[in-house]
Design a protein around this ligand. Structure first.
Ligand SMILES: [Zn+2]
Length: 246
């Protein structure tokens, strides 16, 4: 096979390997990232719960103030009791007193309700903090494991990049430029095999002339349909799977 074509096949192999690092890194980080996400969600929950407690405290305080006012009012009503004389006045005062007492009951209920709410939210915070601690411990343990995995990947990556640089230094500039141009759209199928006289990038049949050129392997031939760089895989010639489709 043409030396340049061999280099192109090799270059694509390296590029495919380079592309595989990102998913490898994501996979290595997956567990840790999952725990960190959980941590964030628990932290947000703690924040929201803390806000709910502050809110309950404020509302309780509001009701306490209202209660103080109502008690003042009841005192006033009771002192007025001596002054009123007519039936109408007595009734009106009585009504005022009833309403105030009702409001007192309601304010007390509300205070109790906000107390219970605060208590339950405080219980939630204790649980959430425990959960957060647990997650932090988990993440510390996994962080070590993850960084070891990432280090391994980094080592592999450096090796591959060194190989790529070495290969590029041996290649002709024009061919590299051409490869990069096709790769921009063809990605990891820039250099593809020809099987059954078809381009395995676009799966279109090649004409006899192009096919013969590829079989000779003396030049760099591109697909007349899609423009990918083509080569005839030696092993593919032995592997005759045309019987399957026949
Ligand atoms: Zn093609």
């Amino acid at each position: 096979m043409n030396k340049y074509l061999e280099q192109l096949i090799q270059l694509q192999k390296i590029d495919i390997e380079i592309d595989s690092f990102e998913p490898r890194i994501a996979k290595a980080r997956a567990t840790l990232d999952g725990i960190l996400e959980q941590q964030e969600s628990v932290s947000k929950n703690i924040e929201a719960t803390t806000e709910a407690i502050t809110d309950a405290e404020l509302k309780k305080r509001k009701n306490e103030l209202h209660l103080e006012e109502l008690n003042e009012k009841l005192k006033e009503i009771s002192s007025k009791g001596d002054e009123v004389k007519t039936e109408k006045e007595i009734k009106a005062l009585q009504l005022e007193e009833d309403i105030a007492k009702e409001q007192v009951d309601f304010a007390n209920e509300e205070i109790e309700r906000f107390d219970r709410l605060k208590e339950s939210k405080e219980g939630e915070i204790v649980e959430l903090n425990a959960k957060l601690e647990e997650l932090k411990e988990q993440s510390i343990a996994i962080e070590i494991e993850t960084s070891q995995k990432l280090e391994e990947i980094e080592k592999d990556r450096l090796k591959v990049f060194t190989n790529k640089e070495k290969l590029l230094s041996q290649m002709t500039q024009n061919i590299i430029i051409f490869y990069e141009k096709v790769r921009r759209w063809a990605k990891n199928t820039t250099v593809v095999a020809v099987k059954k006289q078809a381009c395995y990038g676009c799966y279109m049949r090649l004409n006899d002339h192009t096919y013969a050129e590829i079989v000779r392997g003396e030049e760099i031939t591109t697909c007349t349909h899609c423009g990918r760089i083509l080569y005839k895989e030696v092993e593919e010639e032995k592997e005759d799977d045309s019987t399957k489709e026949a």
